[in-house]
Design a protein around this ligand. Sequence first.
Ligand code: NDP
Length: 339
Amino acid sequence: MNRKIILKSRPQGEPLDENFEIREEVVEKIEPGFVMLKTIYLSLDPYMRGRMNAGRSYSKPVELGDVMEGEAVSQVVESDSEKFSKGDIVIGRTGWQTMPVVYQDKIEKVELKGIPLSLALGTLGMPGRTAYIGMTNIAAPKEGETLVVSAASGAVGSVVGQIGKIFKCRVIGVAGNEEKKQYVKDYLGFDECLNYNTPNFVEDLKLACKNGVDIYWENVGGKTFDAVYPLFNDFARIPVCGMISMYNNEFDKEAEDRLPMLFRNTLTWRLRIQGFIVSEFPEQKQEAMNKLTSWFKNGKLKYKEDVVEGLENVVEAFRGLLKGKNFGKLIIKLADEPN
Ligand code: NDP
């Protein structure tokens, strides 16, 4: 029996339970070249909110009635493929479902030996690669520079800041509550972390960035960007990785149009503001994996996961992700790991 979550209607603003439906289906036979999987860990990631919208983006939306998109680590339970055998552990974009049947080209074997499986969805997976690719191609950190990272306790931000430390930058994190702030500073080893929900945030950030900001890693937009923006040094680099504060289409329609000022300062301060999507750098995937794995094994990359159990809790957990309820990489556990 496969249980899957389909997109029933497109959310307007925050995703609601009624936008989704859990369906069950019996899978009796698999075709040649296909495998049947048991999902162990499903990754929930902010990009999924974009897939729920119609309209132009860097990727196609999920069609109404289709299973929601998502990457997962699974075990092969039945195989009619020459590439995979029963028992193999695989990773692929197999969606929000418990027992998918997928074509062999959609998955690959997980090669992380002696490392927790769920890490293939976080620090040693797509979010970790995002951090590596944005840092090496756009941020280009130099020793002594100041790097500010938003959503610092999360899957991407935590790796960005730790890479910043490896490159000997002064790293300032920004996070949404005191617990996350302490974790970023004390456990991840950032030089400082500030809670953007405190009244003195803007002033505190200014004090923490006495030499200005050379790199701002944009994960959120909104008030964090507003606070960092006046602190940019000449030639600052701004990898635009995400804008999570806007994913539920929460735009302030009354806000002043600051685009002309932003463009002007981009010119006079010679800023480099560049959006990027991790999947556009397939040629760097292996390099990123090698580096991240080696840093991880040498104790230079620490991580935290927020694990929620059960397919029925996916929608609620996803809503929380867009409000900062998760603390660390959000993972849905759908089955026990094999021994
Ligand atoms: P996280 O694990 O960091 O979880 C999301 C975090 O964002 C929350 O914990 C919360 O942290 C913060 N957040 C949520 N809602 C808001 C809000 N309304 N305003 C401000 N902050 C908010 O997620 P990821 O690390 O997976 O993703 C971080 C960013 O990176 C996202 O924007 C995502 O879309 C982007 N991304 C981009 C990729 C690319 O290829 N360009 C690939 C992967 C991710 P807090 O409580 O601290 O505010």
